[in-house]
Design a protein around this ligand. Structure first.
Ligand code: AMP
Ligand code: ZN
Length: 497
């Protein structure tokens, strides 16, 4: 069946079919976390939107190159409209009570990056192809600022280098924020710079020889502005034009508006074709905040309420990403019951495969159409509530066949559940099975796989991302998924029950 993947594009304000730059290859960049503290469940709701886009694209057999960054420098509170005090988030964190545990700001960034990765895996989010850190791409950011100056789109003052907004015609096309002098004045003029030409101009580089994180640049010691990191890292890994860019709704302005100005100013080509933004999560009907005591991290919710991590994942995707979303503990408990039912369906199916007698496939047709309906819902602007309802329908059907499954029906049931797991990531048990050390895989294919994994590692070290991606795809076709970590890459083969 021919499928069309439709998503709401903030840029055009319409829900549109995705037309990729390169057919069947999605290049997607998602704004990642600022690692000054533990990420909260609101952050993860935004990361989950990107995760679901990637999963849905893969369900269409598209090749996906997914890049999501780590912001470990330069994100000033003044870059957000919410908190315009102009303090560096990392610097503020190190001087806080919590920050006293760390030797320095680098140590703090490393710690919270690791914590983020743990939560990421806990919630069963897919690994990106690359997870670049801003601090590891300062050279590229300096080059980009130099290029913008050379193109007449940026200028230096005694305090900073600014992007000259009036010289870029497209500024405002994403947010519609074209003549909001009052707002931009309030947000940007935290540090008063009399040499700044226009209140909308934003900093690409801040001169600050006293800053905790600083680099040497053609403009002296200082650090990059927050917005430049994402333009540069997206273009480094995905090319000058990308298909899709994601983030929370707060990033539409100024962060993404500024990303467009920089990226298009640098290359003269459209930057991202589609911009997908996740509506802010609320908790028990209110904005999440430490002061209100409704601020939740992934680890704290799971430990305190003794729920399965997938229950939290399910709860966070239970509302469509663009609709107002109210997270409640009642939803979490309901989702806990659901993930246990899903897991039970997997047990029924897996037991059927190992014990059932030969017999006709009584489930295949129904489960296929339930899966198609779930996929159809995801293709329709990530309609997760319907996709989850379909999952419940399929798992219910499987459970009514407990101890009655024929071998072929059991196989259809496992196929259904693993496809749903690939699509939504909520079926405990249907996850890939570790076999890299296992007995089940024949020696020869193992050797072939290990060779490919090693070859891919070499390609990644050489920053040959195209080759690395091609190998990943080849492995994927063999049913192998790779897990990259600072310790190296491990691989897993899908269970062949
Ligand atoms: P930050 O760590 O502040 O850079 O944010 C990381 C991501 O989380 C960004 O895409 C934000 O837009 C997003 N985000 C922050 N708060 C929320 C929330 N309450 N609901 C949904 N997304 C959020
Ligand atoms: Zn970003």
């Amino acid at each position: 069946m021919a499928h069309t993947f439709r998503l709401h594009n903030t840029l055009t304000r319409r829900t549109e079919p995705l037309k990729l730059i390169e057919p069947d290859h999605l290049r997607i960049y998602g704004c990642g976390p600022t690692v000054y503290s533990h990420a909260h469940i609101g952050n993860f709701r935004s990361f989950l939107t990107a995760d679901l886009i990637v999963r849905t694209a893969k369900a269409l057999n598209w090749r996906v190159t997914y890049v999501t960054n780590i912001t470990d420098v330069g994100h000033l509170t003044g870059d957000d409209t919410i908190d315009p005090s102009g303090e560096d988030r990392m610097a503020r964190a190190i001087s806080s009570q919590q920050g006293k545990r760390f030797a320095n700001v680098w140590d703090l960034a490393r710690y919270f990056t690791e914590e983020l990765l743990t939560d990421w895996r806990t919630l069963n989010l897919l690994e990106p192809a690359v997870r670049p850190r801003a601090t590891e791409h300062v050279g590229e950011q300096i080059h980009a600022v130099e290029a913008l100056i050379a193109r007449g789109l940026a200028y230096e003052t005694s305090q900073a280098v600014y992007f000259a907004v009036p010289d870029f015609a497209g500024y405002g096309k994403l947010s519609g924020n074209t003549d909001s002098a009052a707002l931009t004045q309030a947000v940007r003029d935290v540090v008063v710079d009399p040499q700044k030409r226009d209140p909308r101009d934003f900093a690409l580089w801040k001169k600050d020889p006293d800053h905790l994180m600083q680099w040497h640049s053609p403009w002296g010691w200082g650090f990059p502005g927050w917005h430049i990191e994402c333009s540069v890292m997206a273009q480094t890994y995905l090319g000058p034009s990308i298909d899709l860019h994601t983030g929370g709704e707060d990033l539409i302005f100024p962060h993404h508006e500024c990303e467009i100005a920089q990226a298009e100013g640098l290359c003269g080509e459209p930057f991202a074709r589609y911009w997908v933004h996740t509506r802010f999560l609320q908790v028990e009907g209110r904005k999440m905040s430490k002061r209100l005591g409704n601020f939740h991290t992934v680890r704290e919710l799971i430990q305190e309420h003794k729920v399965h991590p997938l229950a939290l994942r399910l709860a966070l995707i239970s509302g469509q990403y663009r609709k107002p979303f109210n997270f409640t503990l009642t939803t979490l408990r309901d989702c806990e019951r659901l993930v246990h039912r899903f897991a039970d369906a997997w047990t029924v199916a897996a037991e059927g495969v190992s014990r059932a007698a030969e017999g006709p496939d009584e489930l295949g047709e129904s489960l296929n159409s339930v899966y198609e309906a779930a996929l159809g819902a995801m293709l329709d602007d990530l309609n997760t509530p319907v996709a989850i309802a379909k999952t419940l329908e399929g798992t219910k059907l499987i459970r009514t066949y407990r101890d009655k499954l024929s071998l072929d029906s059991a196989r259809s049931a496992t196929t259904f559940l693993s496809r749903i797991e690939d699509l939504l990531g909520v079926i405990q048990g249907a996850k890939v099975e570790e076999t890299s050390d296992g007995e089940s895989t024949a020696r020869e294919p193992d050797l072939h796989i290990s060779t490919l994994v090693a070859e891919r590692a070499a390609a990644r070290r050489a920053r040959n991302w195209a080759r690395a991606d091609a190998i990943r795809d080849e492995l994927q076709a063999l049913g192998i998924t790779l897990k990259d970590s600072p310790e190296g890459t491990t691989w897993q083969k899908k269970s062949t029950l």
